[in-house]
Structure formats: structure tokens, C-alpha cells
Design a protein around this ligand. Structure first.
Ligand code: FAD
Ligand code: SF4
Length: 512
């Protein structure tokens, strides 16, 4: 019998309460999952990222079967190298549904391809609301209408007022919107000391089967599976949230920007992948954090810091992505054309900060925000890497990477490739910033205060070179003029030596 409604469940559509799954008739409707090589190969993908998506899909399909819903599941070996859209077309032709239901796909290109396919086949395409976000996309669209700049802080305050989250009447709870100034501590020379380990989810039989398949099918892909312990079900995501709220949230704010050699998680939640896949409702994470504040177990600074990331940043980058695509993908405001150094894929580099962050990323598929922004992202920006090359790396290498969230963070926030639409100024700093925020420099052959000579820190050399290369654009800009004025402290001879050393670095790191 033909299906009446066909629900397409992509790897990031695993929300058990999605409207796409409501009012289905098990007698005539069908839920479809497709594991397609194209999704893992369009960009080179970390093995842990592939395992996480496929294992979570298989667990979700099993849960739907238990709910009595009919499921058609195409495994990777069965999809025989066809793309997701090619296999979907075959299924649609066979099932002839009247309607294809789906939550919003995570990439613009895939959404367009599915819509075009439905139009061609004369099938209604219906996108349903889901719980991966707090607000419908239309809220951002209305807010952004007529604005010349979309500043995150304005958006965040607007959502606080609209939702009543952390509000007392019309005023922010505690009297302040922002506790960033309380939230920039580093660990000092002694380091972080003991930090509660996040709870771990050892691979069960389904995950182990997927791991074996990924090792077999994608042996050349980057990254390792030996530490794989990500939550792959909604129940595990809830457990991970509770563990974070109890044990790490109280110190989340203070050490949000800190980094330390060998320390992967610090006080971060490691919940992004669960939220992006649909396993954890972001509203639940926010409510949980506020409950900790109400119970007196976490401070307002910690809770506001956490809420800001989810209510503010997460909803904001999603809005930017859908508003600015497809042109956003091609933005390159600073004209950066350098290739990505090959060692981004191996971590084999002598700089202690980059080596540590890259190696941990390859082991786990994770690095926290400041490591992405101010280590791997910053180095690419200072070196002048083509934004699309670093975007592809970020999309491949982090388990939580889905284009709607990854692209604005990389192109906009970290590379300033959108010319200031997202970030009001480029996030640039020398090695001395990293020295303040973590303990890597003590273990590095380079010296963060030095811009030239054999011991010079490449971040510092490239930072001063960046200031020179972009002097015309930023020296008169009200937000950056002060930072650029520092160039006046350097003599012409010093500036020339920095330019020459930066050119040498670029040549050295071009070898692929
Ligand atoms: P926490 O530090 O515990 O933060 C709590 C939650 O807030 C996160 O789980 C996440 O859902 C949300 N959040 C925090 N910052 C952001 C942000 N800037 N944008 C959107 N949501 C945010 N996040 C992704 O989910 N996928 C990506 O592919 C991704 N790529 C990034 C690339 C760069 C260059 C940068 C600078 C940031 C990127 N981020 C991305 C945002 C952020 O780094 C991650 O969400 C965070 O590190 C995930 O770890 P966590 O869950 O421990 O987060
Ligand atoms: Fe990184 Fe420079 Fe510090 Fe070395 S000296 S760890 S390269 S910031």
C-alpha cells in the first residue's frame, strides 16, 4: 500500500516531540531514515561525528518502532553509495505519498534539494516545528527586518523580554543583562586542579556495530573512536544535562574563557551535539539552569552565562544562517586566500597550544568555544586562510557541527569574512592573550611576547602582521582604532622584520 504521509528523519531530526511525528496513522504513514555516504563525504568528516549521527539515528528508529510507528530504515551498506536525495527519490517514487514531512534540514543546500525533488514529483513538502530551538525562525526574521546590523546583545535582550527568561518584570533579574566581566577568569600558574569528569556513555551494542562499520567504510577519515562516549539517546542527553547542572554549572561562568593543556571539558556542558541532533530540548537546559539558581546552587553570573549561549548565541546564529544563505557561504571580506595547513588534520605541529587543541579534537571531536575561536580559528584568521577552507575543516571535525550553526560561527565570528555582520570587530590577539588564558606557553618552544627571531611565537608574529595588512580598514573604525594604534609603538624596521617573518611562516605552512 502507498504511504499517505512520509516523515523524513535526518540525523539532526531526532526530537521525540517533533510535530512531524504527531498525528501519524501507523496504518498508512511511514517514517524514513536514510544513512547516506554523501553526508559523511561531502566534507571530510571525523569518525566520531559519523558514529554519533548514525548511532543516534538507529537508537531513535528503534524508539519509534517501540511507539508503534512504521519505520523504513536504509543502512549505509544498503544505500550503495547513492546520495541522500537520490535514495529519497526512489522511496518517494515507490511509496507515492501525498505529503513529505520534515523538520527544517540543517543545511540550505539539502533543504533546497528536498524541496525541488518534491516539486518535481508533485508531492507536498511540509516543514514542521520542532524543539531544537526556543522560537520559530520567523521571530528572528521579523526582528532583523529593517536593521542594518544584527547585534547579538540586542537580539538576546529582545528574547529575554519576550520570553520572560531571567526577568523580573521589565528588568533583568539581578539588575544586569550581562556578567561577562565576572566570567573571564584564568586558572593561574597552578592550573585548574580537580574538575568533576562529565558522565560518560560507553558504546552499547548498537553504537559498537556502527563504530565497526565506520572503521570499515571510512578508514581514511580523520579522528579516533577510542574515547567515543557521547550521549546517543534523549534519556542519555537528559542524564548528561543533570550531571552538568549539578557538577559543573556553578563554575561554568568564571572559567568559560580559560583553557589548559590536556583538559578537554573543563566546566563546559558538552551538550551542543545533543541539542543540535534534537535529543535535548534547549528550553529544558535553560529551565534546569534557572532551577539551580533558584535553589541557590549556582550563581546568577554562571546561569546567565549559560543561558546567554543558548537563548542568545544559538538562536542568533541560526537566524543569521537562514537569512543570509546562500550568499553567506562565499563571503571573504578580508580577501584571505592562504590554503589550510595540512597539520590541522593531524595535530603534528610544534606550537603547544595548537598541538594540544588539535590532538584533543582528533581524539574526541570536541574543543570548547574559546579554543575554537582563539586557537584554531584565530590562527587561521591571522595566517590568512581562505574562509571556505577553514569552514570545511570546522564542519568536518566537530561532533556538533551542522552547517546552520557552524558556518556563522566560523565565517562570521571567527574569520570576520562577512565584513562585520555578526562580530563588530575581528577577534584578533597575540600569543600573550593565550598565555593569560591558559598554561600552554609554559610548555612551548616559542615565546609569546616575541614577534621576531627564532623564538618568536607565530601567533604574535602573525598578529602584528595582521594589524599591518588591515591597517587601512580598521585604524579608523571606532571599535578597533585603539587596538590598531599599537602599531605606532613599533619602529619601521621592526614592522618590516615582522612582515618578512610572517611571509616565511606562510610559505612554511603552505606545504601540504
Ligand atoms: P558550552 O560552553 O557548555 O555552552 C552551552 C551551549 O551553548 C552549547 O552547548 C551550545 O548549544 C550553545 N552555544 C554556545 N556558544 C554558541 C555559539 N557561538 N553558537 C551557537 N551555540 C552556542 N557550536 C555548535 O553547536 N556546532 C558547531 O559546529 C560550532 N562551531 C563553532 C565554530 C567556531 C569557530 C566557534 C567560535 C564556535 C562554534 N560553535 C559551534 C559554538 C560553540 O563553540 C559550541 O557550541 C560549544 O563549544 C559546544 O560545547 P558545549 O556544549 O560544551 O558548550
Ligand atoms: Fe601558542 Fe605562542 Fe603560547 Fe606557543 S607561545 S603555546 S604558539 S601562544
Amino acid at each position: 500500500m502507498n504511504a499517505a504521509k512520509l516523515v523524513l528523519l535526518l540525523g539532526d531530526h531526532l526530537d521525540p516531540h517533533s510535530a512531524a511525528l504527531s498525528e501519524l496513522d501507523p496504518a498508512s504513514d511511514l517514517c524514513v531514515f536514510i544513512e547516506a555516504r554523501s553526508e559523511a563525504e561531502q566534507v571530510w568528516s571525523h569518525k566520531a561525528r559519523i558514529v554519533l549521527f548514525l548511532s543516534a539515528m538507529r537508537h531513535f528508529a528503534a524508539a519509534l518502532r517501540e511507539r508503534g510507528l512504521p519505520v523504513l530504515y536504509v543502512t549505509l551498506p544498503e544505500s550503495c553509495g547513492e546520495s541522500l536525495v537520490e535514495r529519497l527519490e526512489q522511496i518517494l517514487l515507490r511509496q507515492r505519498p501525498t505529503e513529505l514531512r520534515c523538520a527544517q534540514p540543517g543545511t540550505w543546500a539539502l533543504r533546497e534539494a528536498i524541496r525541488a525533488l518534491c516539486t518535481r514529483l508533485g508531492i507536498d513538502y511540509r516543514e514542521c516545528e520542532d524543539h531544537r530551538f526556543l522560537f520559530p525562525l520567523a521571530v528572528f526574521t521579523d526582528w532583523a527586518q529593517g536593521r542594518r546590523q544584527y547585534r547579538m546583545e540586542h537580539w538576546y535582550r529582545f528574547l529575554r523580554q519576550r520570553s520572560g527568561i531571567l526577568m523580573q518584570g521589565d528588568e533583568p533579574r539581578g539588575g544586569r543583562w550581562n556578567y561577562d566581566s565576572d566570567n573571564r577568569r584564568s586558572f593561574g600558574r597552578a592550573g585548574p586542579g580537580w574538575i568533576p569528569e562529565p558522565c560518560s556513555f560507553p558504546p552499547d551494542a548498537i553504537t559498537q556495530e556502527v563504530m565497526a562499520m565506520v572503521e570499515r567504510e571510512f578508514p581514511e577519515h580523520p579522528g579516533s573512536l577510542h574515547r567515543f562516549d557521547w550521549p546517543v539517546t534523549a534519556a542519555q542527553a537528559e542524564e548528561a544535562l543533570n550531571d552538568f547542572l549539578r557538577h559543573r554549572l556553578p563554575s561554568f561562568g568564571h572559567f568559560q574563557d580559560a583553557t589548559w593543556p590536556g583538559e578537554v571539558w573543563l566546566y563546559h556542558s558538552r551538550l551542543s551535539a545533543a541539542m543540535n541532533l534534537g535529543l535535548l530540548d534547549p528550553r529544558r537546559a535553560i529551565d534546569g539552569a534557572i532551577a539551580e539558581l533558584d535553589a541557590g546552587r549556582a550563581s546568577l553570573a554562571a546561569v546567565e552565562g549559560f543561558v546567554r549561549q543558548i537563548l542568545g548565541w544559538r538562536e542568533y546564529v541560526r537566524g543569521i544562517y537562514w537569512r543570509e544563505m546562500p550568499h553567506y557561504l562565499e563571503r571573504n571580506a578580508l580577501g584571505a586566500e592562504q590554503p589550510l595547513p595540512a597539520w590541522y588534520w593531524t595535530g603534528e605541529i610544534e606550537m603547544a597550544c595548537l598541538r594540544d587543541v588539535l590532538q584533543r579534537t582528533l581524539e574526541t571531536g570536541y574543543a570548547h568555544h574559546i579554543e575554537r575561536l582563539m586557537v584554531t580559528g584565530l590562527f587561521a584568521l591571522l595566517l590568512g586562510v581562505r574562509p571556505q577552507a577553514i569552514h570545511e575543516w570546522f564542519l568536518a571535525i566537530y561532533v556538533d557541527a551542522v552547517e546552520w550553526v557552524e558556518l556563522p560561527n566560523v565565517l562570521g565570528m571567527s574569520q570576520y569574512a562577512d565584513g562585520g555582520m555578526l562580530a563588530s570587530k575581528p577577534y584578533v590577539a597575540s600569543g600573550q592573550y593565550l598565555q593569560r588564558m591558559g598554561g600552554h606557553c609554559q610548555r612551548c618552544p616559542y615565546r609569546p611576547e616575541q614577534a621576531t627571531g627564532a623564538d618568536a611565537c607565530p601567533f604574535t608574529t602573525l598578529y602584528w602582521d595582521f594589524l599591518q595588512r588591515h591597517q587601512e580598514t580598521f585604524s579608523k573604525h571606532p571599535r578597533t582604532a585603539l587596538q590598531w594604534r599599537n602599531l605606532e609603538r613599533k619602529s619601521p624596521a621592526e614592522l618590516a622584520a615582522i612582515r618578512a617573518q610572517a611571509a616565511d611562516l606562510r610559505e612554511r605552512y603552505t606545504i601540504v
